[in-house]
Design a protein around this ligand. Structure first.
Ligand SMILES: [Zn+2]
Length: 149
């Protein structure tokens, strides 16, 4: 087992919010974790349902850039991501098994799209400054789910 997983691609695609696994959050079913996260930028049920209806996580991400943000979004977005990730991995047994199988590997979404909040960008301007909140949430989820296995 790798001690570090620093790209959520290939065999590690399931760690990405763009990866497989439908997820139900607050009684609405979303095609991917990305859909669910983007939908929660709004408190408006109609907006959330519109996000849920989009075909791909890329469309959900683009749509999310146009959503009028709910109050305190910056404060609340980490706990929303935690809720989305926990929901996905507890509702999909195959995903849970894959996550637990990473054992104690350090998880970090290395990227080139300048995301140093959820992951860690590798570009010259940002390298080394990644906060890696998605990776940290995935490791928390792994710890919690492992207890139930
Ligand atoms: Zn960068």
């Amino acid at each position: 087992m790798a001690k570090e997983i620093t790209q959520f691609t290939g065999e590690w695609r399931f760690l990405s919010n763009f990866g497989p696994g439908r997820v139900i959050v607050s009684s609405t079913e979303y095609p991917t974790r990305e859909h669910a996260y983007q939908a929660h930028k709004s408190l408006d049920r109609a907006v959330r349902l519109e996000v849920a209806s989009l075909a791909t996580p890329g469309e959900a991400k683009r749509f999310g850039r146009r959503i009028a943000l709910r109050p305190n979004w910056d404060r609340d977005r980490k706990r929303i991501m935690l809720a989305v990730v926990m929901a996905a991995f507890t509702q999909n047994q195959d995903l849970a098994g894959q996550l637990v199988a990473t054992e104690d590997a350090y998880l970090e979404e290395g990227n080139h799209w300048h995301d140093n909040y959820w992951g860690a960008c590798r570009c010259a301007a940002h390298a080394g400054d990644g906060l890696n909140y998605l990776g940290r949430i995935l490791m928390m989820a792994r710890d919690l789910i492992r207890v139930d296995e």
